[in-house]
Design a binder for this molecule. Sequence first.
Ligand SMILES: [Zn+2]
Length: 247
Amino acid sequence: MDFHCHLDLYPNALEVFREAAARNEFTWLVTTSPKAFVATSRVLGGAANVLVTPGLHPEIAHERGGELDLLLEQMALVNAVGEVGLDGSARYRKGYDVQCHIFEAVVERSAELGGRALSIHSRQAVFDVLKILDQHPGFGTAVLHWFTGTAKELRAAEERGCWFSIGPAAFASNSGRMLAAKLPRHLVVPESDGPFAQVGGKAVMPWSAEITARHLGQAWGLSFDEATDLLSSNARRLLQMLRSGNQ
Ligand SMILES: [Zn+2]
């Protein structure tokens, strides 16, 4: 399983799509813009176990803000949304107001539609993400992808029942491994974040959940089998919410 993948952006996307559909029980294909969602749905929308969702990535929010209305329309048709969120790092700080405007509109719309599952980017912006979620009760389910916040931010997210998707690249650094050890075990699912996420210079593939299970097992003091079982039962629970959109 893979709960956050940019499958449409691999150079050989069609091949990766076919292999993911064959090997994975489930793959969540998050798109980065509403127009990309239209194009990707047309080409890669044909598999029952590959969920394609509309999104607007915070890193391109300043360029694609004009597509917000399209995104809000698309949200009526799919039970999940992603990739959306905020990026407070220096590189994207300039567009932060636009990012906030878009993310607020998405969360508000999710509540209006009765709840949506959201795959959320929260780099250096965890408290702002949580604040916006807090303002819209009934927005649905938050899945914080590749969480890199502080211990305090982690606790705040955990208190709100956020889920966490994590992949092999998150374990490349010492700090990443330490943070992973602290994630609430019953709320963690595997992701690849490929092809952006890389390990050893190679894009992480959508069928890398076993590698994640091995890393998490080490971090949590569990055997590989125990970690795999835990991730599978978490994934099944989250999948149910994804399909219904709501909590
Ligand atoms: Zn991503």
